[in-house]
Design a binder for this molecule. Structure first.
Ligand SMILES: *Cc1c(COP(=O)(O)O)cnc(C)c1O
Length: 386
């Protein structure tokens, strides 16, 4: 605007999806092909994604949220059943439990990983517990070996909310490998995106068939198979189900995104290591790290304030004033009005993490200079400056 001094201050967003010309071209190709609903590109995306996360089958869906819903339907979870979930998660984890009419039971998490553990689950387990939804929070893998073993011992279904975990590993394998059922997200806030979108992965072939039916109105023949058939195919609707399909336009974008995943994870881990090194010199800040049994993709690089002289919201304001778009830490669902009717057990670690942590910018356009600027603001706050 004429006559107004525009402050050319830097602006560092917290996250930017990496979307290139290749994705634009792939989406355009899908449109030009005339096949825009679920079709051959979705089938190829499912196959390639399942291979990358080490699962037998992938079933593409409209979001991770709808994927979690189907995972619970698949296992027959419903009214009267209790499902244990971390409160420390995006609210979709808890909502999925209510979609099937089951009762959400909140469990606390480990301070270092932000994840449920055998102990925190066992503390709230009852004889009505039918399932657990464990989250690889912010990309930090939970202890897959310990939780899968415990769930099997308790006779409960372990649904893995892997919304943030594409590219994370546990015990040397992709986070989804060996999961009974895992749900993934392709929302732009995650590492790879299809705009909106999700995937359910399973090893069991029958489970994959049922999931495909559940996402497509309960139909016994997919639209793709019907179109591919030379003979007229009369479909039947075997159960009341949903329309949770992904489109071929989304899958076209997703196929390109998969080729970027390994590079994105490597770059994020490099930036995370540099953050950890720089922040080590500031008292009162504890950055997230890899757990002993695995590697995070650093989908969210969070920092816990522990004895820091300035409180979290003031830190966020100070960063914002210097052009840095940080975010409050991961939410706690039990503190939201939607769950005000639930009386949770004491969740001290969850409350401490959600109130005292923040998420720092980490994306492919971040520079070392940006990181120095961000850490500089934090250092000034620690030293009583700024
Ligand atoms: C983002 C997220 C979801 C929801 O994913 P959508 O694809 O947006 O539905 C669910 N759980 C966790 C832990 C998430 O971070």
């Amino acid at each position: 605007m004429a006559g107004v001094q525009v402050n050319q201050q830097r602006k560092i967003p917290v996250m930017i999806p990496l979307l290139g010309e290749e994705e634009a071209q792939a989406a355009a190709d899908a449109v030009r092909s005339g096949w825009v609903a679920q079709g051959p590109r979705v089938a190829k995306f499912e196959e390639e994604f399942a291979a990358i996360v080490g699962a037998g089958h992938g079933v593409a869906v409209s979001s991770c949220t709808t994927g979690l819903h189907l995972a619970l339907v698949l296992h027959g979870i419903g009214p009267g059943d209790e499902v244990i979930i971390p409160s420390f998660s995006f609210i979709a984890t808890a909502n999925a439990v209510r979609y099937v009419g089951a009762t959400p039971i909140f469990a606390d998490v480990d301070i270092a990983t932000g994840n449920v553990t055998v102990e925190t689950l066992d503390a709230v387990r009852t004889d009505r517990t039918r399932a657990v939804i464990a989250v690889h929070q912010g990309g930090v893998p939970f202890d897959t070996a310990a939780l899968r073993k415990a769930a099997a011992g308790w006779g409960v279904v372990l649904v893995e909310d892997a919304a943030c975990a594409a590219g994370s590993t546990a015990y040397g394998q992709p986070a989804g490998t060996g999961a009974a059922v895992a749900a993934w997200s392709f929302h732009p806030r995650k590492l790879i995106t299809t705009g909106e979108g999700g995937m359910v992965t399973v090893d069991d072939a029958d489970a994959a068939v049922r999931l495909k039916r559940l996402r497509e109105h309960g139909m016994n023949v997919s639209a793709a198979d019907r179109h591919a058939s030379k003979q007229p195919v009369l479909e039947a609707y075997l159960e009341t189900a949903y329309n949770y399909r992904m489109t071929d336009i989304q899958a076209a974008v997703g196929l390109v995104q998969l080729t970027r995943l390994a590079g994105l994870v490597a770059q994020r881990r490099q930036f995370a290591a540099r953050y950890q090194e720089l922040l080590a010199g500031i008292d009162g800040l504890i950055p997230v790290r890899d757990p002993a049994y695995g590697q995070t993709n650093y989908q969210s690089f969070w920092v816990l304030l522990d004895g820091f002289p300035v409180d979290r919201d003031e830190v966020l304001s100070a960063l914002a004033a210097k052009g840095v778009s940080a975010r409050r830490g991961i939410m706690a669902s039990h503190l939201e009005p939607a769950y005000a009717d639930v009386t949770p057990p004491p969740l001290p670690v969850t409350e401490r993490l959600t109130r005292n942590s923040l998420i720092l910018p980490l994306h492919h356009q971040l520079t070392e200079d940006d990181q120095d600027h961000i850490v500089g603001v934090l250092r000034d706050l620690a030293g009583g400056k700024a």
